[in-house]
Design a protein around this ligand. Structure first.
Ligand SMILES: *Cc1c(COP(=O)(O)O)cnc(C)c1O
Length: 376
């Protein structure tokens, strides 16, 4: 979102490009919308989407909990005042030492999807609560999160049973329908798989009380998407169909992208325009922001791009590229039109860039620094 706060900042402060600017009031707005649409769910913000202290502090003050993937993410949260009981150590692939450290720091929720990982948790976080992560269809998502993680239903039943035998609390089943999921059916499908597992365990007197439905809630980029409500209504309806109004388990959501993406804009500058590379008439525009300083997802994620030229300015096809000496540092090589009058020094703003950008910056590739960040 190109909020007036962001526009004013760009105009009046005009810092050196490239940089990421995030309007925190938009982050709050998204948190409020999502939690209002799923009032029965506990929200664990998945901090890998944007771990800036300003974002974590804001969400902590609003009552959010946090999904983390590493001991350093856990320590970052704790240093910012997050209570350890509000943290899930959600990565299914952990160093055992880090489990031990997290346990010592008071973290009580851990995720696993194999017997070997369960063994590590049993040894290093005795008595804690565990989630077993299942694979599910990621169809309809821009980024799959099922190929690398999860187990099948049969394994989930036997692993959660094993967890109880090991003295752990078989707390929940978790899944992730894939990031930027645009198909509501993905949640319905995963929930019905989950309910089978929970029922099977109940028949063995094992009471799994929670479903962690992960993230995947989509942000608005260039392509039109269904309103969030379509997804949240499907989730609600599926839960009621599967468990009944009075039998609902505890529900956890772990949104990342949805909460922060639209609140951020990457502001960059045109370094060079050329028309004569390879084919005549194909215009290349090179920016000071590229795949190595924030726009790693470009190409797949269709970020809306804005310039200072009015919308009715004649526009033409461009190939948009980053500044490094890497041939892959091309953001878009088709389906993008920009004003014909664009020139060196003009600002180019990449919208909906608040998620999966700042921490995807490389440290010093080609001597380029990570993105500067401003939170207003
Ligand atoms: C990345 C991740 C999320 C957040 O996913 P989004 O698509 O950004 O909402 C949630 N849960 C887990 C376990 C993750 O790895």
């Amino acid at each position: 979102m190109f909020t007036s706060k962001i526009k004013d900042f760009i105009k009046s402060r005009s810092p050196k490009t490239p940089y990421l600017i995030v309007d925190l009031s938009e982050v709050k707005k998204k948190y409020d919308i999502l939690t209002a649409q799923l009032p029965f769910a506990d929200c664990y913000y998945s901090i890998k989407a944007n771990p800036a202290p300003q974002v974590i502090k804001l969400l902590n003050s609003l009552g959010s909990s946090f999904d983390t993937a590493s001991i350093n993410e856990i320590k970052n949260c704790l240093e910012l005042g997050v209570k350890p009981e509000k943290i899930i150590f959600g990565n299914t692939i952990k160093k055992e030492n880090h489990i031990k450290d997290a346990f010592r720091l008071g973290v009580k929720y851990y995720t696993f999807d194999t017997d070997k990982e369960l063994d590590k948790i049993t040894r290093s976080a005795p008595g804690c609560n565990v989630f077993c992560r299942i694979t599910t269809s990621n169809q309809g998502a821009q980024w799959s999160l099922s190929r690398k993680f999860g187990c099948d239903e049969r394994q989930a039943v036997s692993l959660l049973k094993q967890a109880q035998t090991n003295g752990l609390i078989p707390y929940g089943v978790s899944f992730h329908v894939g990031s930027q999921q645009t198909n509501s059916a993905a949640w319905r499908y995963a929930l019905s798989k989950t309910s089978e597992i929970i029922k099977k365990l109940l028949s063995k007197n094992i009471n799994v009380s929670c479903i962690n439905i992960g993230g995947g809630f989509p942000a608005q980029y260039s392509e039109k998407i269904l309103p969030l409500k379509d997804h949240t209504e499907t989730i609600k309806k599926s839960l009621i169909d599967l468990f009944g109004v009075n039998g609902l388990p505890k529900i956890i959501i772990e949104p990342g992208r949805y909460i922060v993406a639209e609140a951020g804009v990457i502001v960059s500058e045109v370094l060079l325009v050329r028309n004569d590379l390879h084919k005549k008439g194909i215009r290349w525009i090179y920016l000071d922001a590229g795949k190595f300083n924030g726009l790693h997802e470009a190409g797949i994620t269709r970020y809306p791009i804005k310039t200072d030229y009015p919308d009715n300015n004649p526009a033409g096809d461009v190939i948009l590229a980053g500044p490094t000496c890497d041939g892959d540092d091309v953001l878009y090589d088709k389906n993008l039109k920009l004003p014909l009058s664009i020139k060196i020094g003009d600002k180019v703003c990449v919208l909906s860039a608040g998620a999966y950008t700042n921490t995807y910056s490389s440290i010093n590739f080609n001597g380029f620094k990570p993105l500067k960040e401003y939170y207003i």
